[in-house]
Write a protein that binds this ligand. Structure first.
Ligand code: PMP
Ligand code: GLN
Length: 381
């Protein structure tokens, strides 16, 4: 491997999806739904292409989409963003993350990450010249303590990256833990990049609490959302970057030099989706919750120890408690090559002190696929 690439390992998602294709396996690895997504939105996108939404839109995004995003967060989370000054439309949450990191992090700055960490965070921080500092979380409850936070902050800490609901664990970070983090950041004026792409996929009546709504966080938090996740159209790559008036200009400027803008036809379709009253934000989580329960029950029948998933497309299985002696990666490789089921080993989201006992499975699939996957996984054991 050329040294330039050392900080940019191949992602586990490509690796596992590639193996799934090569072995004709059911893909419960990379997280995407196997249904085609809301027809009204797909039609809106097709019409936007035909109607001429095809030239460069403004760098910060179509004004109607920025207004729709601000109105949506006001309605669903009681947040108040000025659509002209505090909302930037990006090419997916992935670009929003890159823009936020490039805007905030200077060479030598430390950035606190919680492991398991979504796999894009550490490579982006390093390419910005930053130094990741990890707070390690463990099953079964994946919580942090005030002591862990105190130990992670130093005078060089420039930012924290927070993800909730959490990919890969399916945890909705408890209010108490958010408050501990907010207090630590407020005391030092450290910004928090909040990856909230799973905000609408929470189950059992759970409510997503945006960190930016906590006292004193309006000017410190950067809120990132994803239309791909909101509408179950993961390839659309339309993201939202929202923050207070102090941080927003820097975020918008970083975005200028990454992609400048995002396909206007998809932006128009997302604006239509956000503005059109529908049951997206109730029907989809309800469907996903039913799929979660279906997979969890099928796995439990086969003797797997399934953890509670409160959000995302994912649930996790504890391998030793399921009678699997292998570490997660070895088991995942065997499952995809021999049993025909792709899954994601959670150790891939750690850089140090890896937890190797947990496997992530995506339940955004048809019932028969979920049932068959559970049967096949039992065969791998
Ligand atoms: N952050 C997290 C935690 C995610 O799970 C994902 C995608 N699964 C992203 C960011 C990327 O979102 P997008 O597809 O909008 O770039
Ligand atoms: N976020 C998706 C997942 O966790 C994958 C996105 C990607 O392929 N980078 O499965």
């Amino acid at each position: 491997v050329h040294p330039l690439y050392a900080a940019m390992p191949p992602t586990i998602f490509d690796e596992m999806s590639g193996l799934a294709r090569a072995h004709g396996a059911l893909n419960l690895g990379q997280g995407f739904p196997d249904d085609p997504g809301p027809e009204a939105l797909r039609r809106a996108a097709a019409e936007a292409v035909l109607d001429g939404y095809n030239q460069y839109p403004p760098s910060r995004g179509l004004p109607e989409l920025r207004r729709a995003v601000a109105a949506h967060y006001a309605w669903t989370q009681g947040l108040s963003f000025d659509p002209d000054a505090q909302v930037t439309i990006t090419s997916g949450a992935t670009e929003a993350l890159a823009a936020a990191i490039l805007a905030l992090v200077e060479p030598g700055d430390e950035v606190i990450l919680f492991q398991p960490a979504y796999d894009a965070y550490a490579p982006l921080v390093r390419r910005a010249g930053g130094v990741p500092r990890f707070v390690t979380l463990s099953p079964p409850d994946w919580r942090w303590t005030a002591g862990q936070l105190e130990a992670a902050f130093t005078p060089r800490t420039r930012a924290v990256i927070l993800n909730s609901p959490v990919n890969p664990t399916g945890v909705v970070v408890p209010r108490q833990d958010l408050e501990l983090l907010a207090a630590a950041c407020r005391a030092r004026s450290v910004p928090v990049i909040c990856d909230e792409v799973w905000e609408h996929l929470v189950f059992d009546g759970a409510v997503h609490a945006p960190l930016i709504a906590l006292p004193g966080m309006a000017d410190l938090a950067v809120k990132i959302g994803s239309a791909g996740k909101m509408f179950g159209l993961t390839g659309w790559k339309v993201g939202f970057l929202c923050a207070g008036p102090v941080l927003s200009p820097a975020l918008a400027r970083a975005h200028q030099f990454l992609t400048f803008t995002t396909p206007p036809n998809l932006q128009a379709a997302v604006a239509f989706g956000l503005e059109t009253p529908g049951d997206w934000f109730t029907a989809m989580p309800a469907r996903m919750q039913a799929s979660r329960d279906r997979l969890a029950e099928a796995l439990r029948r086969e003797g797997f120890a399934v953890a509670r998933s409160q959000g995302t497309y994912f649930l996790t299985v504890d391998l030793p408690d399921s009678g699997v002696a292998e570490a997660d990666r070895a088991f995942a490789l065997r499952a995809v090559t021999q049993a025909g089921v792709a899954a994601i080993p959670v150790s891939a989201f750690y850089e140090t002190e890896a937890v190797t006992r947990v496997l992530r499975l995506c339940f955004a699939k048809a019932d028969d696929v979920l049932d068959e996957a559970a049967t096949r996984l039992a065969r791998a054991r």
